[in-house]
Structures are given as structure tokens and as C-alpha cells.
Design a protein around this ligand. Structure first.
Ligand code: HXC
Length: 260
């Protein structure tokens, strides 16, 4: 497919990391409906691609994304947004079976912050700013900002961010556990791809099981999550790659995973 608002590439020494670059520079990557539909299509494409072991979503050095497109939303009505389940399709990002890394430079505001939080790992440039400023334009976060944020930064900080609308810096975001690492802006995407390559070097089958199991912790109680994990762990013993991984360790050689 050809894309208007994003760039889709495969990077890494083995071209096994999908990279989606949000590319609406004049609007600071505001996430218009067409852009997010393209992201969904790109994820469909990368998910089907057997070579791809991880996906990076990034923006520009100035902005990851400055939010949903306010100009597109301004004349919406309740009946229209409720009737059409407005922006529900954004969930596609959180439903990707392959690991998704957000590489965030600059503004990640509103829907931009929510998009980053739909990813599995967030890496931030030193200049990144994370915020939920919807309150200042008379609405509230609508794609996870009131739900995912509290699970990573806790109630007090999540409330502060959603109620004041003021953003936090990359350094604060790292301290709070919202992002896993802060990097120089110019190295950010390369580091994210490197991380993607590391993930892609493992069995894609087992990586998918691992992601699914970690993700359960968001959805369920500890007892149910531990049971899900245990059963998934047991399931790895039904795979060729589990046998290969352990055999290779015992034989002091690198494993040759076949994603089976
Ligand atoms: C539409 C946007 C935009 C947005 C920026 N632009 N953010 N257009 N939607 N969210 C446009 C501006 O209108 C401007 O267009 C151009 O991008 C450059 O922006 P400036 O404001 O001139 O840049 P700057 O002064 O550097 O300020 C950067 C900024 C500011 C602080 C990020 O743009 C800003 O506050 N943006 C809005 C942030 C926000 O409220 N996000 C939440 C949106 S609501 P022109 O044509 O004038 O050059 C949301 C709900 C999510 O996300 C719900 C999901 C389900």
C-alpha cells in the first residue's frame, strides 16, 4: 500500500524490524483519522510479514505526535462520535501481536501520549514531553490516558497530569517508569531499532507468548495472571524452539530458532 501520512520501512542488519514514521510535519504529527488508519494498515502488513520480529513507531525530532487532530474534531457532535464509536480503531496498536516500541522525541501530547502508551516499550529522547492536555480544550483523554497512565505512574501523578494538563519531561517520565530509557534525540531511533533487532533475534513464537503473558498483568488479577503465565510457560514446551533453545545452551552453541 502507499501511504500519505506515514513512512513504513524495514530496518536493521537483517531488515527484520518494521519502522513506522509518523510524517505530518506541518501539523506536528497530529493524528488525523487518515493517519491512524494508515498506521492500522501498516501494522496489518508488518504483522503478516514473517521476517518482521518487532515494530518501532516514531515521529520527528520535534514531535512524536501533538495529539488527535483538533481541527478535525472541532465540529463533531455527541451523536456522531457515539454513533460512530469515534477513534475506536486506534486500539489496533494495542492489539498488535508483535512487540511495538515507541521511540518518542519531542511532543507526545494527548492522543500522542496515548499512542505511545499503547506500545509495549517506550524509549524517549532527552527532549521528549509527555502530557494529557485535553482538559484545556474541554475534553478528556479518550484513548487510554485516564487508564494506562495510572497503571504506570500511579494515581497522584496521573491525576495531576490529566487534571492540570501540564506535561512532564523525559527525565521525569523515566523516574516514574513511564519510559524505560532516555537517549540523545539523534540516537533514539537507531537504539530503538537495535532493541527491535535483539527482540527479533529470539523465537517469534515465544516472543509473542511472552508479550501476551506480560500484557495479561494489565488485564487481570494476580492469581489469574499467574495461572495464565504458568499455562503459557507450559505451552512453550509444545514448541520446537523451546527444545532448540535449551539444547543449544547445553551444547554451548547459539540457537537456531525456526519460529515453530
Ligand atoms: C491539529 C495541531 C495540533 C493538534 C499542533 N497542530 N497540534 N493541529 N491538532 N493536536 C498544528 C498547529 O495548529 C499549527 O498549525 C502547527 O501544528 C504547529 O503548531 P504550533 O502550535 O504553531 O507549534 P508550537 O507553538 O511549537 O506549539 C506546539 C504545541 C501546540 C505545544 C504542541 O501545537 C499544542 O498545544 N498543540 C495541541 C496539543 C493538544 O492539545 N493535544 C491534545 C489534542 S486532543 P498551523 O496551521 O497554525 O501552522 C487529543 C484527544 C485524544 O489528543 C483522544 C483520542 C481518542
Amino acid at each position: 500500500p502507499s501511504y500519505q501520512h506515514i513512512i513504513v520501512e524495514k530496518q536493521g542488519a537483517k531488515t527484520n524490524v518494521g519502522v513506522i514514521t509518523l510524517n505530518r510535519p506541518k501539523a506536528l504529527n497530529a493524528l488525523c483519522d487518515a493517519l491512524m488508519r494508515e498506521v492500522s494498515t501498516a501494522l496489518d502488513e508488518l504483522e503478516l510479514d514473517k521476517d518482521v520480529g518487532a515494530v518501532v513507531i516514531t515521529g520527528s525530532e520535534k514531535a512524536f505526535a501533538a495529539g488527535a487532530d483538533i481541527k478535525e474534531m472541532v465540529n463533531n457532535t455527541f451523536s456522531k462520535v457515539y454513533g460512530g464509536n469515534f477513534l475506536n480503531h486506534w486500539n489496533r496498536v494495542s492489539q498488535c501481536k508483535k512487540p511495538v516500541i515507541a521511540a518518542v522525541n519531542g511532543y507526545a501530547l494527548g492522543g500522542g501520549c496515548e499512542l505511545a502508551m499503547m506500545c509495549d516499550i517506550i524509549l524517549a529522547g532527552e527532549n521528549a514531553k509527555f502530557g494529557q492536555p485535553e482538559i484545556a480544550i474541554g475534553t478528556i483523554p479518550g484513548a487510554g490516558g485516564t487508564q494506562r497512565l495510572i497503571r504506570s505512574v500511579g494515581k497522584s501523578k496521573a491525576m495531576e497530569m490529566c487534571l492540570t494538563g501540564s506535561p512532564i519531561t523525559a527525565q521525569e517520565a523515566e523516574k516514574l517508569g513511564l519510559v524505560s530509557r532516555v537517549l540523545p534525540p539523534k540516537e533514539l531511533v537507531a537504539e530503538a531499532v537495535k532493541m527491535g533487532e535483539k527482540i527479533a533475534s529470539h523465537s517469534k513464537l515465544i516472543v509473542a507468548m511472552c508479550k501476551e503473558s506480560v500484557s495479561q498483568a494489565y488485564e487481570t488479577t494476580l492469581q489469574e495472571g499467574l495461572l495464565f503465565e504458568k499455562r503459557t510457560f507450559h505451552t512453550t514446551f509444545a514448541t520446537v524452539d523451546r527444545k532448540e533453545g535449551m539444547t543449544a545452551f547445553a551444547e554451548k552453541r547459539p540457537p537456531n530458532f525456526t519460529d515453530s
